[in-house]
Structure formats: C-alpha cells, structure tokens
Design a protein around this ligand. Structure first.
Ligand SMILES: *Cc1c(COP(=O)(O)O)cnc(C)c1O
Length: 385
C-alpha cells in the first residue's frame, strides 16, 4: 500500500496475551459490517448491539451493565446528564392527556420540564407533598400515568415513604420512578423496592470527581428499554465513550467514598445542631429530619449532602459570610472530592418548610476537622456580624 493509504489503514497487531484490568475506550460514529447483507439488516442489532455510534460502543455497554447489576435491573440506558435521563424517561412514558405526579421537592429543572415543555404537549403534572406516602392516593385520577419520586428531596431533604407509594401505584396500575442520586444504588435500590424506573445523576457520586456529566435510567421491563432506546435515537441523544470511561474509573471507589462521606456528613450534621445560627439541620440520619424513620427503614446508610436551615434573621448576612470560607467552595453539582456549599432559598409551593434560608452542604474527601472548623467559623461569623 502507498503511504496515504497506510496512514488510514492501520496494521493488525498481535493482541495475544494482552489482558488488562482496564476497560478500553472504544470511540465510534461509524460501525463497519462484514457484508452488504449485514449492513442492510443492521437495525436488527438494536437495541443492544452495535449499528451506529450513537447507540453506544462496548465501553458504554460495560458501564450500562455495571449500573444495571448494581440497581438489580434488567437494562440500563445512559444519557448525557441526570436531567437528560429524567427528560427522556418522561418524554417516553407520558403521552398527551397523561398526568405525572412530582414531589414539591423535585430537582427544580424537573418542575421546569413539566411546566415549560410537557404542558405545551398536553401532558399535565401535579405536585404532591414529599411526605404524603399512602396519601398519594388523593392525587390520583385516571389520567395519572407516572408517579415520580426523589428521596431525599432537593434542598429540604424529606425522605419519602416509597414503599407506601409503590403499594398504591401498583394497585392503581400506575408507573413509578425514583431519582436515586443521593442514595446511589449502594444505599437504596428502587427497583428492588418495586419501582419501575431508577434514575441516577452519575455526574454526582458515581463519577465522583466533578469533571463529567452523565445520567442513567435503569429498569426491569424490556419493552420500556426498547422504547427508551428508540426515543434517544430519534432525538439524536447518545453519550461519549470517554465520559463513560471517566465514570467507569470513578465508580470503582464509590463504595469507600460513600462509606466515608456518610460517616463524616453525619458527624458534622450532629455537631452543627446546637449552634445558635442554626434553626434546624436537615440530614436524613438525624431524627428531626422529616421522613427520618423511612430513611432508617429503607436505606442502608447516608451519603454526604444535607442542609442547614438558618435562623431567618441571619438571611441577609449569609452571602457575604460564605466568601470567607477556607475549605468549602461555593458551587452546585455535588458528589465530587471537594466539599461544596450552596446558599438556597426554599422554594416549593405547598408550605411547611423552614422559614430561613438554607445552606446546602456536600461533604467531600477533605479532613473532617478542617471541614467542621470551616463551617463553625462560618456560623460564628453569621451570628457575630
Ligand atoms: C444533579 C442532579 C440531577 C441532574 O443531574 P445532571 O447530571 O447535573 O443533569 C438530578 N437529580 C438530582 C437529585 C441531582 O442532584
């Protein structure tokens, strides 16, 4: 072959004896076929096989299989972010005329998806109080197709009575889905609890290093898997194998990270309880957290995100005080190695939430005493100023 051809036709090399522990990063848009016939019949390879790069490569499949096993599901589909995973699920499951029930404490972009996009397609949503449990029955009519849950809830950390919701949903023939990002499949397995869909923002704990976005939907019912893959395909949504490789690396240490972070976050939450700047510490492992009994019954531990409700008279001082923190940085998208704080104003229409602003805390991998000192200094500054 001439030089120009050799530049793009690589030589075959002997791979005998090469066996490693890493997952190769297979990148592809084009998939090549052994015959014209195989090419013509390529769609028969879907949804699991390889027909076009958009649908995934072996790297993608390894991560999907790993998440499916952890979630005790049949299949997992990866999406470019946690929000994309929720959006694809809603767009696949819901049709005009359907209603989805979402908790008042849902990740805010989920509410925006319902109000700004789905509503225009004739898909309705209703908002239920996160602690409703069996009371979900009161929100159900014939149009309800899906009950969405997120436990604990964003910012105010209410733990939902998911088994009670599942019982009602099953009796009424309604699908259930859970945003399980906080617990990860290590602390709670939604599908084992009888739910139909488990969504993870892998961006957070699975990836674990604040440098990649990825989401997953895991399920038991193969027909939903086929429909989700088909919807992703027509919307042109796929994931980067390089991003999957980062999550494949991050997830190897998920167990030690969650175990450590859960202990540190619980110890810090306990230590902040009595500070004069604090109205309430909202951490699922503390008895005063709404839904704590459900956390204790249903989850096998805590992760690292919790909130501190501040005394309302300190609200205006919070923003200035945060800038002086030494170890924590201000930011969203928790779950990495660095500890984060984010000032929040409680939203939610249904009421019954803390009156003051919230400080959402995500514990990372720094030394526990450094973290506690930084937080106590912040709270002292708030009270003193
Ligand atoms: C971050 C987050 C999401 C969205 O994940 P992205 O990958 O950032 O889109 C969804 N749900 C919860 C609970 C989250 O914390």
């Amino acid at each position: 072959m001439k030089d120009l051809t050799q530049l793009v036709h690589r030589p075959q090399v002997d791979q005998t004896g090469f066996s490693s522990l890493s997952v190769p990063t297979h990148r592809a848009s084009t998939i090549v076929f052994p015959s014209a016939d195989a090419y013509t019949r390529r769609q028969a390879r879907e949804p699991d096989g390889y027909a076009y790069g958009l649908g995934g490569t072996p790297t993608t499949r390894v991560l999907e299989a790993q998440i499916a096993a952890l979630e005790q599901g049949e299949r997992t589909i990866l999406l470019p972010s946690g929000q994309a995973a929720i959006a694809l699920l809603f767009l696949t499951v819901l049709k005009p005329g359907d209603t989805v029930l979402i908790p008042d404490t849902a990740y805010p972009p989920v509410r925006a998806l319902c109000a700004d996009v789905l509503a225009a397609q004739g898909i309705m949503h209703r908002i239920y109080p996160p602690l409703t449990g069996a009371g979900i029955e009161a929100f159900i009519d014939d149009s309800v197709r899906l009950i969405w849950t997120e436990s604990p809830g964003s910012a105010t950390m209410e733990v939902e009575d998911l088994p009670a919701i599942v019982t009602v949903a099953r009796r009424r023939g309604i699908l259930t889905g859970c945003d399980n990002t906080w617990a990860t499949p290590l602390l709670f397995k939604p599908l084992a609890a009888g739910m139909d869909f488990s969504v993870e923002a892998l961006t957070k704990y699975a990836a674990g290093h604040s440098d990649v976005l990825l989401g997953s939907v895991t399920l038991c019912e193969r027909t939903w898997y086929v429909r989700l893959r088909a919807m992703a395909k027509v919307l042109g949504i796929g994931v980067s194998p390089d991003d999957c490789a980062l999550v494949l690396r991050g997830i190897e240490t998920l167990g030690v990270r969650i175990n450590h972070i859960g202990k540190v976050s619980t110890a810090i939450a306990e230590a902040l309880r009595t500070h004069p700047a604090v109205a309430q510490v909202l951490h699922p492992a503390l008895p005063e957290c709404p839904g704590h009994a459900f956390w204790k019954r249903d989850m096998t531990g805590a992760s690292g995100v919790f909130s501190v409700a501040l005394r309302p008279e300190l609200d205006t001082r919070l923003d200035d005080s945060l800038a002086a923190m030494q170890v924590f940085v201000i930011g969203a998208s928790w779950g990495g190695t660095r500890s984060l704080v984010a000032p929040m104003t409680v939203r939610g229409r249904l009421g019954g939430y803390p009156a003051g602003r919230l400080l959402r805390i995500s514990i990372g991998l720094e030394d526990k005493d450094d973290l506690l000192c930084d937080l106590l200094d912040l709270l002292d500054r708030l009270v003193a100023s």
